[in-house]
Write a new protein. Sequence first.
Length: 341
Amino acid sequence: MSSNSPIRLALFGAGRIGQVHAHNIAASPETELVVIADPFIEGAQKLADATSAEAVSSPEEVFSRDDIDGVVIGSPTSTHVDLITRAVEKGLAVLCEKPIDLDIETVRACHNAIGDRSSQVMLGFNRRFDPSFAAVQRRVVEGEIGTLEQVVIISRDPAPAPRDYIAGSGGIFRDMTIHDLDMARFFVPDIVEVTASGSNVFSEEIASFNDYDSAVVTLRGSKGELVNIVNSRHCAFGYDQRLEAFGEGGMLTASNVGPTTVKKFSRTGTELGDPHMPFFLERYAQAYLAELETFANGIRNKEPFSPNFEDGVIALELANAAVESAASGRAISVAPIAAKA
């Protein structure tokens, strides 16, 4: 790989998130999409035709190649550990969607098996790369609002996911809240306590899976900082994504994003604007692009990845603590999680 040549990537998974990655890789001058692997070869071929890549049906056909620098894993969660392990053993960099696995023991076993090679793995917590959230975090770190005291994260989906997705999701805390748990750690890295409450207020279908349609999580940092996360599987006004950081010297906020900033004022209403972005694919389009750029630059410059494998371990640990707290009604203390990983 020369300093000017594009980073050559393979993609696992031609589904919804795979399509996002495929088109971003193909469109970037920094990367080249070489091959797409999916057992449903028809979908892989259709996506390959649209992105000038090759389509294959098995991981073996990817790992037998010598013309790729890294892999992007957008396949089902159950495949992640195997693909991560095989990729790092071949010396490839990895960008893997969350979670690494739904079972924490499986994740720890993977971490132990790959050892120091876990540094080759970047986790797909793309919200760290959202321009607004990243700007707030940077300004907090720069001390603009003094000592950070509280963070509020609001994340509500426009509508529940399909039944089959909910059934295999691992529950709201491991599937949905896990993004917000990582965002919490973006601001407060050392979490020592988790208190969570879940409720079923509108979806009998979600309740039938022993899962919640609504949740609130409070995290306590090692310096006493408090993070409050509010989640819902539905929202009448669109994809609700907001963040607030409060400190001794002031407050920074990131509001919802719409197609434009135009507002209408009339006798029937004031500040009437466009609807919020309909879902995560639109809301975080820029974040996915920035995430890919960071991954490519990390490969090219041999820089450490962030968020990394350890961040994936900790996010799942926190999600598990939230599950336990919601079930027991108790606050769950979490020791230095990173040291256990």
